[in-house]
Ligand binder design. Structure first.
Ligand code: SI3
Length: 291
């Protein structure tokens, strides 16, 4: 039985003016390696607020995370962009830095056809010697790929798996069984246990920046056949996720990180800047789940 993989979706620290804060990014990486003991980091994804960064900022984030991790854990660079030229440039940049894996969100907004989506992935990978995870997140992109479409994308041998952020468990079961050798990582933290039951290889998530030790214990319990313990741990995590969402999850993740001793700065506008109420909510979350 192979150990399930735990990846944190790396946050990007910003100052109040929306500039990236490289020291904050380094501190987050250190915490994920030293305290959370994650297997890897997913860099420049949704949690990294990457769709609000320019190309140079994305490169700085990728380089800073790569340098700080210094080969200690796996790294996945999310390079997807509506600007295919940028996606290609980032794929080359991350590959040249040494990132062992890439990922790219399905292109969104323009209702691209499947043929166009397939060309996008093949184009991103054409000139780079690297592997890629499809980032499938239909709730935010509107792009819901079918099992047959995943099969067509997997015809490209560089496409090695899926970051599956989708509440469709019927599809997950179909995809898992159709592609037993592909890497499938579950992306909804609150649905990890049912995803484990369908034999995903592990998970990637935002809340693991705070909650990785509890999630590791849940995955270990699941692997050991102690489903009751796994369920109890998922229940605590889901109470925490419910509280995070109620308090506005992205800014609150950073506020709770501060209580854990890591200054991750604030989120980037137009995301909400912390209010006194939000700060009080974050303190309560820290005290309830992490003290
Ligand atoms: O950064 C990333 O791209 C992610 O890993 C995203 C991840 O799937 C998160 N999804 C979003 C939209 O942020 C989840 O970790 C999510 O925050 C969590 O399950 C709470 O809903």
């Amino acid at each position: 039985m192979t150990k399930k993989l735990l990846y944190a979706a790396q946050m990007t620290a910003f100052d109040k003016d929306g500039n990236i804060n490289l020291d904050g990014i380094r501190a987050l990486v250190r915490y994920n390696i030293d305290v959370n003991k994650v297997d890897g980091l997913y860099v420049c994804g949704s949690t990294g607020e990457a769709f609000m960064l320019n190309t140079d900022e994305k490169k700085q984030v990728m380089k800073t995370v790569y340098d700080e991790a210094n080969g200690a854990i796996d790294l996945v660079a999310q390079v997807g962009s509506l600007n295919l030229k940028e996606a290609k440039e980032l794929a080359k940049y991350a590959t040249d830095l040494g990132y062992p894996k890439l990922s790219a969100v399905t292109p969104f907004y323009y209702n691209f056809t499947f043929e166009q989506i397939k060309n996008y992935y093949n184009e991103i990978l054409k000139d780079v010697d690297n592997k890629l995870l499809i980032y499938s997140i239909p709730a935010l992109t509107g792009v819901a790929l079918t099992t047959d479409q995943f099969a067509e994308l997997f015809e490209n041998p560089k496409i090695i798996g899926i970051k599956y952020t989708n509440a469709d468990f019927y599809l997950l079961e179909r995809v898992r069984n159709a592609f037993p050798d592909k890497l499938i990582l579950s992306g909804f933290d609150e649905m990890l246990l049912p995803a484990l039951a369908l034999n995903v290889d592990g998970c990637i998530g935002s809340t693991y920046n705070l909650n990785a030790p509890r999630v590791r214990a849940e995955m270990d319990a699941f692997e050991a056949g102690d489903i009751e313990k796994a369920r109890e741990l998922q229940h605590i995590s889901n109470d925490m996720i419910t509280d995070l969402i109620a308090n506005d999850i992205y800014p609150t993740l950073k506020l709770v990180m501060k209580h854990l001793g890591v200054d991750a700065g604030v989120v980037k506008k137009p995301m909400s800047q912390p209010t006194p109420e939000m700060e009080a909510g974050a303190k309560a979350i820290y005290e309830k789940y992490f003290k």
